[in-house]
Design a protein around this ligand. Structure first.
Ligand code: GDP
Length: 451
C-alpha cells in the first residue's frame, strides 16, 4: 500500500532537498508532480486539488522560500497536510480516533458494509482487540439472515477469538435478533456488544431500511462501516451512500495489506467526514490496527512507521524472553533453539514484508529480499527444518553429520542444501556475537553507533 505514491513523492522531494534556494516556480512545478502522484494513487480529484491548493498556499505564502532549508519546510508542510487529509482538521488529527464505549453498558458497536468487504472478520477482530487490549467483556451477534451460514461463520470466529456469540435461533429476523442480543448482553454484564449486520452486493433500499431499523432498536454508540481498500474510489462512494443513510461514526478499512494504491484511505476522511478508526492488515484475527494518521503519513513520506513497528515488537516479544536471549548470545550460548525463537518472533511480527514496509529506508531492502527469494516462506521452511531436528541436535548443531542432515531435510520436506544454509546462518550469527563480545558487549556496540 502507498508504495508507488511514496516513491513518486520521494523523487519530488529529493529534488527539492537538493536545492539551496527555492522559487515560487519550483514549488508550483513540484506541486504539479505531487498532484499527478496523488491522482495516480486513486485519490479523489477534489481531495487532491484541495490538498495541492493548501500546500501551495502555505509554501509560497510564508517565509518558507526565504528560509535556509526551504525543501525541508515544504516537506514538513506536505506532511502536515497529509495528516489533515487522513485525519481531519482537529488539533489531534494525527492520533488514532478513539472508539466510543462511554455509554451505559452494553455499548453497542454496529458493523455495516457490503458483502465481502471483510465485515464479519473485522467484527471478530475488533471484539478480540477490545477484549485483549482494553479488558472489555465482549459479545457478538450476527444479524445476517440473508447469506447462508453467515451466523455460523461468526460463531466459528468467536470461538477462535475467545469471544462469546449469541446462540443462533433459526428463522429469527434481524431486529428481533438485535433485541435478544441486547437482553442477553445486559443479563451477562457484557461491556461491548458487536452487531454484525447483513451485507448486500450493492447499496440498496432494503439494506438501508434494515440498518435503520436495527440502529433504532439498539442505539449504537458506534456505527462502523467496513470497506475494502482494494476497491479504491468505489470504497469511497460506498461510504458516501452509507453516510447519507445511517449515522456512521467511523470507517474500518480492510485489506490494507494488499497492494491497493491507497486512494481509499487518502480520500475517505475528506469525502465522508468520518474518521478511519481501524485498518485490517490480513486474514488472521490479530491483523488489525488502530489507524494513526500521523504514522500513515510518515509511512507515505518514506520516514518509516517506526512507532507502529516498536509497538508490534513489544507485543510479540516478551521482554524477559528477549533479555534472556541477549544474555545467552553474549555468553556464546546461542543454539538452534534460540535461532528458532528469533525466526518465530519475526513471523509473529507479521513476517519480513511487514517489517520491511515499516522500517525507514527499507523499501530498497524489501526489493532486494524479493529478488533473493527471501520471503515469508523461507521463515516457515527454516522453522520446519529446525523442528525436524532432535533436541540434542538443536542444542549442539555439530552433531549434524551428512546422514542426520538427510534425515532432517526429508523430515521437513526441504533439501540438504537448505539445512546447510541454516547451519551456516547460525554459525555466522555466533561469530558476529563473538565480535560484539570482543568490542565490549552491547555497550560497546551502542557506543559504536553513537549511543
Ligand atoms: P463479509 O462478507 O463482509 O462478512 O466478509 P468476510 O469477513 O467474510 O471476509 C471476506 C474475506 O476477506 C475473508 O476471506 C477474509 O479472511 C478476508 N479479509 C477480511 N479482512 C481482511 C484484511 O484486512 N486483509 C486480508 N488480506 N483479507 C481480509
Amino acid at each position: 500500500m502507498f508504495d508507488t505514491l511514496s516513491d513518486r513523492l520521494n523523487n519530488v522531494f529529493d529534488r527539492l532537498r537538493g536545492r539551496g534556494a527555492l522559487g515560487e516556480k519550483d514549488v508550483r512545478d513540484a506541486m504539479r508532480e505531487v498532484r499527478i502522484a496523488l491522482l495516480e494513487a486513486d485519490v479523489a480529484l477534489p481531495v487532491a486539488r484541495d490538498f495541492i491548493a493548501r500546500v501551495t498556499e502555505r509554501a509560497i505564502g510564508q517565509e518558507v522560500l526565504k528560509s535556509v532549508t526551504p525543501g525541508q519546510q515544504v516537506i514538513k508542510i506536505v506532511n502536515d497536510e497529509l495528516i489533515t487529509m487522513l485525519g481531519g482538521e482537529d488539533a489531534n488529527a494525527g492520533e488514532a480516533s478513539p472508539i466510543n464505549l462511554d455509554v451505559r453498558p452494553p455499548a453497542v458497536v454496529m458493523m455495516v458494509g457490503l458483502q465481502g468487504s471483510g465485515k464479519t472478520t473485522s467484527t471478530a477482530k475488533i471484539a478480540k482487540l477490545l477484549k485483549e487490549k482494553q479488558g472489555k467483556k465482549a459479545m457478538m451477534a450476527s444479524l445476517d439472515v440473508n447469506r447462508p451460514a453467515a451466523q455460523e461463520q461468526l460463531a466459528v470466529l468467536g470461538e477462535q477469538a475467545g469471544v462469546a456469540t449469541l446462540p443462533i435461533v433459526p428463522g429469527q429476523q434481524p431486529v428481533d435478533i438485535a433485541k435478544r442480543a441486547l437482553e442477553s448482553a445486559k443479563l451477562q454484564n457484557v461491556d461491548v456488544l458487536l452487531l454484525d449486520t447483513a451485507g448486500r452486493l450493492h447499496v440498496d433500499e432494503a439494506l438501508m431500511a434494515e440498518m435503520k431499523a436495527v440502529a433504532s432498536v439498539s442505539t449504537p454508540a458506534e456505527v462502523l462501516l467496513v470497506v475494502d481498500a482494494l476497491t479504491g474510489q468505489d470504497a469511497v462512494n460506498v461510504a458516501q451512500s452509507f453516510t447519507d443513510e445511517v449515522p456512521l461514526t467511523g470507517v474500518v478499512l480492510t485489506r490494507m495489506d494488499g497492494d491497493a494504491r491507497g486512494g481509499a484511505a487518502l480520500s475517505m476522511r475528506a469525502v465522508t467526514g468520518k474518521p478511519i478508526k481501524f485498518a485490517g492488515t490480513g486474514e488472521k484475527l490479530d491483523a488489525i490496527e488502530r489507524f494513526h494518521p500521523s504514522r500513515v503519513a510518515d509511512r507515505i513520506l518514506g520516514m518509516g512507521d517506526v512507532v507502529s513497528l516498536v509497538e508490534k515488537a513489544a507485543e510479540s516479544i516478551k521482554a524477559e524472553e528477549a533479555e534472556e536471549l541477549a544474555n545467552r548470545m553474549m555468553k556464546g550460548k546461542f543454539d538452534l533453539n534460540d535461532l528458532r525463537k528469533q525466526l518465530q518472533q519475526m513471523q509473529n511480527m507479521g513476517g519480513l514484508g511487514m517489517l520491511a514496509g515499516m522500517m525507514p529506508g527499507m523499501k530498497k531492502a524489501k526489493a532486494a529480499m524479493a529478488n533473493a527469494d527471501m520471503d515469508d516462506k523461507v521463515l516457515v521452511h527454516m522453522d520446519a527444518i529446525i523442528g525436524s531436528m532432535t533436541a540434542k541436535e538443536r542444542a549442539n548443531p555439530a552433531l549434524l553429520n551428512a546422514k542426520r542432515k538427510k534425515r532432517v531435510a526429508a523430515g521437513s520436506g526441504t533439501s540438504v542444501q537448505e539445512v546447510n544454509k541454516i547451519l551456516k546462518m547460525h554459525q555466522e550469527m555466533g561469530r558476529a556475537m563473538k565480535q560484539i563480545r570482543k568490542m565490549g558487549g552491547l555497550k560497546g556496540l551502542a557506543a559504536m553507533f553513537g549511543g
